[in-house]
Design a protein around this ligand. Structure first.
Ligand code: NAD
Length: 478
């Protein structure tokens, strides 16, 4: 018997978790449970992360967590437990299957059937932010090769395992050539290993527009973290109800499964919440642990219940629905339909093998790395870039000379436009003029001279070439 960890959470959490556990028991699923307390009580009980240390132990021991939504108390600077869990447990992939249930749940997109696979740990969510000048703040966008390889390979393996035909990758690599460029490059590297799967790359803006317009053209979508956060909500919403989707957060060891909605405090305790989102995540969980027959059996019972018009209040509509059911009555209706298939909605077949195993990351041979210069970021409240350039040229040496100044990425020196608005945050690029790369000592000497001249340097970024290929962006207009 497989032992998993469950957390009933806050608000409607306990009601919908009880409903899901009742369905799992009725379906004779071979599971036993360790229960942990997370969320409001843990936060207010002094655990600022929303979870106690012994609960971590249970999650890590059992490796699978089925989690009901929690309430994050407002104010008080409490950290999001979800973000903490993703990072602490290396839950690198967020999987959100979304499907329309036309005509039983109203939607403008009756044929929608999409799985969004979102990178879960990197990108702007690394949370590295700084204020650098009185006028400018920054957030670092970090994308790594191991992070890209893991999520993109997972997306292809998922498509193969779940009999999906196409994987689409969204990035904005026409603008972010290094970060999104790496994600796209790795997608192009891995795609040929799966010749049976159709592949496609789209720029995220037009891709999202097409997704909202003709979602039936998409199948599996793999995306970096921030885009995934946004488009997974778009996709869930256009199925007709965000309340019906579940999600999985998959790591190399641990996996966590939850509904996508929150704790709905407005209806907590009334016995009217829809348990479907959590039930869907439990079905994804059953496939994850290899209980494929039970997963398909419960899914078909649930689809049949929807088809019969037996609906909870949130999806009830006059004309389409037959009865408005409480959480408990809906749960009983699903149980009564175990071993029945839907007639109109497509029934699901048990997966033959749902185990997705990724190869461990192989670091490539170290490339040659040459230092070609440095971007020095300067806090300066002046307006005329020529004045700043004059001061900066006084700190040049034989090997490092000023090649460009940008403001918010736009080249303002040499040959800038009077029309360009400038803040107090200037990127000043010094590049080697000699045949040989620069040394760190030369850069430190440059910074010392800047300090002596009263130039307020706020940070630097080294300019590298890897195997002779310059690996930094040009200024806009350069
Ligand atoms: P919410 O998803 O809880 O509720 C939005 C609306 O949808 C409410 O009207 C609610 O009644 C309804 N709703 C949600 N789930 C439902 C269900 N299963 N059945 C019927 N109706 C349902 O979003 P919110 O009100 O913005 O957030 C409430 C709390 O949930 C906040 O504390 C938030 O931080 C937390 N939250 C937690 C998670 C999580 O634990 N993963 C996710 C999102 C929000």
């Amino acid at each position: 018997m497989k032992r998993i960890t469950i957390a009933k959470g806050d608000g409607i959490g306990p009601e919908i978790m009880d409903a899901v556990l009742t369905v799992l028991a009725a379906a004779d699923v071979n599971l036993s449970y360790d229960e942990i307390e997370i969320g409001e009580k843990a936060y207010l009980g002094g655990h600022s992360s929303g979870i106690s240390p012994d609960s971590w132990d249970k999650i890590r021991k059992n490796k699978v967590l089925l989690k009901a939504p929690i309430t994050t108390p407002q104010g008080g600077g409490y950290k999001s437990l979800n973000v903490t869990m993703r990072k602490a447990l290396n839950l690198f992939a967020n999987i959100r299957p979304c499907r329309s249930f036309h005509p039983y749940v109203e939607t403008k997109h009756p044929k929608l059937d999409i799985v969004v696979i979102r990178e879960n740990e990197e990108d702007l969510y690394a949370g590295i932010e700084h204020q650098q000048t009185p006028e400018v703040v920054q957030c670092l966008k970090l994308i790594s090769r191991p992070g890209c390889e893991k999520i993109i390979r997972y997306a292809f393996e998922y498509a193969k395992t779940y009999n999906r035909k196409k994987v689409t990758c969204f990035t904005k690599d026409n603008i972010m050539k290094q970060t999104d460029g790496l994600f796209h490059k790795v997608f192009d590297e891995i795609a040929p290993e799966y010749p049976e799967i159709e592949t496609q790359h789209m720029i995220i803006d037009i891709g999202t527009a097409r997704l909202a317009d003709t979602p039936e053209d998409f199948d599996v979508i793999v995306v970096p973290n921030l885009y995934g956060d946004i488009i997974s909500d778009v996709v869930a919403q256009i199925t007709g109800s965000v309340g019906l989707a579940g999600s999985a957060n998959i790591g190399t060891g641990v996996a966590m499964f939850e509904a996508i909605h929150g704790s709905a405090p407005d209806i907590a305790g009334q016995g009217i919440a829809n348990p479907s989102g959590l039930l869907q995540s439990a079905i994804v969980m059953l496939n994850h642990i290899g209980e494929n027959t039970a997963a398909a059996r419960i899914q078909n019972a649930w689809l049949k219940t929807l088809e019969e018009g037996l609906h909870t209040a949130d999806i009830f509509s006059e004309g389409q629905s037959q009865q408005k059911l409480s959480t408990k009555a809906f749960t009983e209706a699903v149980i009564a339909n175990l071993d029945q298939n839907p007639k109109v909605l497509q029934p699901v077949q048990p997966l033959v093998n749902s185990q997705i195993v990724l190869p461990s990351y192989q670091r490539r041979p170290q490339p040659r790395k040459d230092l070609l210069g440095v971007d020095v970021f300067v806090d300066w409240a002046g307006n005329n870039p020529e004045d700043l350039a004059t001061r900066l040229r006084s700190i040049e040496n034989d090997h490092l000379s000023l090649s460009m100044i940008t403001n918010r990425g736009i080249k303002v020196w040499p040959n800038g436009f009077d029309e360009t608005f400038c803040t107090d945050h200037w990127r000043c690029r010094f590049q080697t003029t000699a045949e040989r790369p620069v040394s760190k000592a030369e850069i430190l000497a440059l910074l010392t001279r800047a300090d002596e001249k009263g130039i307020d340097t706020i940070k630097t970024e080294n300019l590298y070439a890897f195997d002779g290929r310059a690996a930094f962006s040009l200024g806009q207009g350069q």
